[in-house]
Structures are given as structure tokens and as C-alpha cells.
Design a protein around this ligand. Structure first.
Ligand code: C2E
Ligand code: MG
Ligand code: MG
Length: 308
């Protein structure tokens, strides 16, 4: 057993003149120390109470965001590199907070994971994506895959199988058009259990993708046993093509490996023609990125699709 410690420190009398306040402030500092990583210490400061208070307020508002319909899904096209046609859409969540305007997911998803709100939000996302997908199907768009992000916390805590089953049957969206994106790090956390859950999901007929591939520490042995369809190469490897030789080699290697293991390979965050040319040359299957389009509201995505 290895045990670690994080320490929050408050000092008498600067940070409080009674035990309760001192402990309260030490606790705030502890929270900050943990936030900065494991095995750290932090002193209390007034800025901290301010920051903590802001977080608490934000969490309260996030809780209301679901019932107040402040969450939206935007859709970013996924393009077949050979044909240049849109074959899928990744659903990406947006929060329009009446006070602060648009809040990006990288800011509030971690908060949602901390508070457990991610379960409700994740459920809403799966339902909403299927509902939208069904609307598009009824308009004759039958070949589009819709990809939904699943947080590792949601994967660990929720019965994903049950959620997918009920969302599909309640909305009438076909299983083979739904893809779940799981992060590499999330999958590596609990490998044996993961394979069983993934197999059950695949048995329902849906597709699976590994998101942010290359940023975690995949065990190749397990990767082989994961019943996934798509590897999504993280944007950080694509950014510096064609300037960084290392990144180009890593990208080419992931593409080659993905092919050998029977996965489709998708490159994320493609912004420039040189990047796309390189990916095409290496045999990458699909791309996503601003070069084609940013994530769009459903109406605008439909227009893009119809003009494609
Ligand atoms: P991700 O799943 O890796 O999504 C890709 C992110 O890269 C998106 O940011 C997208 O807008 C951005 N992106 C795509 N192409 C380009 C490009 O060419 N250039 C640049 N600079 N950026 C590009 P976004 O929408 O802010 O989402 C960030 C992350 O938040 C996502 O990363 C995902 O991990 C998480 N997220 C988004 N929606 C959901 C959701 O519904 N549930 C969960 N659990 N997480 C979500
Ligand atoms: Mg994703
Ligand atoms: Mg990603």
C-alpha cells in the first residue's frame, strides 16, 4: 500500500481568529492543493475563498441548466478522406448560461464530473443526439453516423447499456447510426470490466470510438481486445504537421497500426490543406476539423449537409 497526502494550511491569526474558521479555511486550501495535483500543499488566501465561492455558484447554476434548457448540442462534420463527403457528425455540448453567455465544455464538464451532475448531463446528451438523428433520418438523411462523447466518470458510474437501449427505443434512432466516443484514459482504468461493457454495447449494434487517442497510455494488448470501430487521433498530433517530424511519424504509425488492428482511423482538428494531404497520403480514413467546419447548431449543420 502506498499512501499520499495533500495538505491545506491556514495560519492564526491572519486567516481566522477561531478554530472553526481556521479549519474551514484550511479545508478550502486543501481543496486547492488537491486541484493542483496529488501530493501538494497550499496556503489559504482570500483569493481562494473567492475562487471557491465562484465554483460553488457555477455548480448551482449548472444544476439548473438542464431543467432550464440551457444546454445545446452542436454538430461537427466527420468527412471521408477519399470521397470528401460528410459521413458523420460529432455532437458537442454547449452551455448558454444566461449570466455568463457561452461556456465551453472543457470548463464545465470537469465540474459536472466532480459533482456527479455528469450522469444527468450525459443522459440528456445521448437522448438529444438520438432525437436529432431521428429528425434527420425522417428528412431522408439515412447514412449519417452521430457520435456522442461519454465521460469516463459516466462510463464508470452509469449503466451505459441501459441508457443506450432506452434512448434508442424511445427515439426510434437506429443503433448502427449511433457511435459512442470513449477516452483512451477512461478505457485503460479498468480494463477487464471495460471489455465486457464494450462487448455488450456492441451487441446492441452501436459503434464505438476511442477519443483523444495517443494522449493516454494504451496497452496494445488490451487495445487489440477492445471491440471498437474507430480510433480518433488527438488534435495535438495533427497541429504541427508538417513542421514536426516526430508528430508526423506518430500520426503515420497510429494510422498504420489502426489499419492492422482493423479500426477506422479519424484525425481530429484538421485546419490546413497540408495536414489533410499528409493524412490522405498515409491512408487515414476520416477527418474532422475547422478546414471543413466548426461545430454548428443543428439547423446550420443540416444546411451544410444538404449543400455537401
Ligand atoms: P473532443 O471530443 O476531443 O472534441 C473535439 C474538440 O476539438 C471540440 O471542442 C471541437 O470543437 C474542437 N475542434 C474540432 N476541430 C477543430 C479544429 O480544427 N481546430 C480547433 N482548434 N479545434 C477543433 P469542444 O466542442 O470545445 O469540446 C471539447 C471537449 O469537451 C471534447 O473534446 C470532449 O472531451 C468534451 N465534450 C464535448 N461535448 C461533450 C459531451 O456531450 N459529453 C462529454 N462527456 N464531454 C463532452
Ligand atoms: Mg470527442
Ligand atoms: Mg478528441
Amino acid at each position: 500500500m502506498f499512501s499520499g497526502a495533500s495538505i491545506g494550511i491556514s495560519i492564526y491569526p491572519e486567516h481566522g481568529d477561531n478554530p472553526e474558521l481556521l479549519i474551514d479555511h484550511a479545508d478550502t486550501a486543501l481543496y486547492h492543493a488537491k486541484d493542483a495535483g496529488r501530493g501538494r500543499f497550499a496556503y489559504f488566501s482570500d483569493d481562494l475563498t473567492h475562487a471557491v465561492r465562484e465554483r460553488i455558484e457555477l455548480k448551482t447554476r449548472l444544476r439548473r441548466a438542464i431543467t432550464n434548457h440551457e444546454l445545446r448540442l452542436y454538430y461537427q462534420p466527420q468527412v471521408d478522406i477519399l470521397t470528401g463527403k460528410i459521413i458523420g457528425a460529432e455532437a458537442l455540448i454547449r452551455w448558454f448560461d444566461p449570466e455568463n453567455g457561452l461556456i465551453p465544455p472543457n470548463f464545465f464538464i470537469p465540474l459536472a464530473e466532480e459533482t456527479g451532475l455528469i450522469e444527468k448531463i450525459g443522459e440528456w446528451v445521448v437522448y438529444e443526439a438520438c432525437r436529432q438523428g431521428k429528425i434527420w433520418m425522417d428528412l431522408g438523411i439515412t447514412e449519417l453516423t452521430i457520435a456522442v462523447n461519454v465521460s469516463p466518470v459516466q462510463f464508470r458510474r452509469c449503466d451505459l447499456n441501459e441508457l443506450v437501449r432506452s434512448a434508442l427505443s424511445d427515439t426510434g434512432f437506429p443503433a448502427e447510426r449511433l457511435e459512442l466516443e470513449l477516452t483512451e484514459s477512461g478505457l485503460m482504468e479498468n480494463q477487464e470490466k471495460v471489455v465486457a461493457i464494450l462487448n455488450q454495447l456492441r451487441a446492441q449494434g452501436i459503434r464505438l470510438a476511442i477519443d483523444d487517442f495517443g494522449t493516454g497510455y494504451s496497452s496494445l494488448a488490451y487495445l487489440k481486445s477492445f471491440p471498437v470501430n474507430v480510433l480518433k487521433i488527438d488534435k495535438s498530433f495533427i497541429d504541427d504537421i508538417p513542421q514536426l517530424k516526430d508528430d508526423m511519424e506518430i500520426t503515420a504509425t497510429i494510422i498504420a497500426m489502426g489499419k492492422i488492428l482493423g479500426f477506422k482511423v479519424l484525425a481530429e482538428g484538421v485546419e490546413r490543406p497540408e495536414q489533410l494531404a499528409f493524412l490522405e497520403q498515409k491512408g487515414c480514413d476520416i477527418y474532422q476539423g475547422y478546414i471543413k467546419s466548426k461545430p454548428l447548431p443543428a439547423d446550420d449543420f443540416l444546411k451544410l449537409l444538404q449543400a455537401d
